[in-house]
Design a protein around this ligand. Structure first.
Ligand code: SF4
Length: 248
């Protein structure tokens, strides 16, 4: 949490924290204006126009969803893409849908989130030591971005990870997020042998860049309603991320 850390920061640290925030904010501002994927942009706009009956009093965000969190984060949570009536409505990752209702209480229990409930960009939520982003920034029809759309969005992830100077651990929420992280590593460094990185809940890897990766089932309703992913399982993932990141 920036405010909490400012209390004990040296002038140098204050300057660095402010710089990181400004730069990540600048990147977020560019992401919000991105229109590289016509299919996704038109889908998000249409969903925002029609809306769901339960959210008729909302003005949907309807644009690419910017990332969110602590610019000094050591841990990155990497998701798939915004939900049509969740992040595409509220404008913040995992905010306003079933996945977020499962994720944020766990982040709160693990010490990463200031509160368990995420409802809107104005709900007061702060993240400590964690940054949340996704491999796709626009809500895709059927929750399925095409390979081309994911490739379009990859440069945002590359730029973002370059700006997260304290990053040590990436928690990949689902197989597609993990594939996106491996593709990022591949672009940034030596060739990766994909079969050396099998996806599974709770798997851990040291990547060529030195980053640690933990893979988790995605907190989608499909997984959480069926018990494939429980809160205990999910909390273990984030507590392990804390440990690997050297966070108390
Ligand atoms: S998915 Fe990514 S690359 Fe495509 S329009 Fe949205 S922000 Fe841009």
């Amino acid at each position: 949490m920036i405010v909490r850390e400012i209390a004990s920061a040296t002038p140098y640290n204050l300057e660095r924290m402010a710089g990181a925030l400004k730069t990540l904010e600048a990147l977020n501002a560019r992401i919000v204006d991105c229109d590289l994927c016509p299919r996704l942009r038109s889908h998000c706009t249409e969903v925002a126009r029609v809306r769901r009956r339960a959210y008729m009093d909302w003005e949907y965000w309807g644009r690419p969803v910017p990332s969110f969190g602590d610019p000094e984060a050591r841990v990155l949570a990497l998701g798939l893409a915004p939900g049509a009536h969740g992040s595409n409505r509220t404008g913040r990752p995992f905010t306003g849908d079933g996945s977020g209702d499962f994720l944020y209480p766990v982040l709160h229990d693990a010490g990463f989130a200031s509160q368990p409930k995420a409802s809107s960009r104005q709900d007061g939520m702060k993240l400590h030591g964690l940054w949340i982003t996704s491999v796709g920034r626009c809500a895709p029809p059927g929750n399925k971005p095409t390979p081309e759309e994911l490739r379009n969005c990859a440069s945002w992830l590359d730029q973002e990870m370059a700006l997260l100077g304290n990053l040590r651990v990436v928690v990949c929420l689902g197989r597609i997020a993990f594939d996106g992280l491996l593709a990022h590593e591949h672009r940034a460094g030596p060739r990766i042998v994909r079969s050396s990185f099998p996806f599974g809940h709770g798997n851990e890897f040291t990547l060529p860049s030195g980053l640690r990766a933990i893979t988790s089932y995605h907190p989608s309703l499909q997984n959480t309603n069926t018990g494939k992913l429980t809160k205990v399982m999910f909390l273990k993932i984030f507590m392990r991320a804390r440990e690997l990141a050297g966070l108390e």
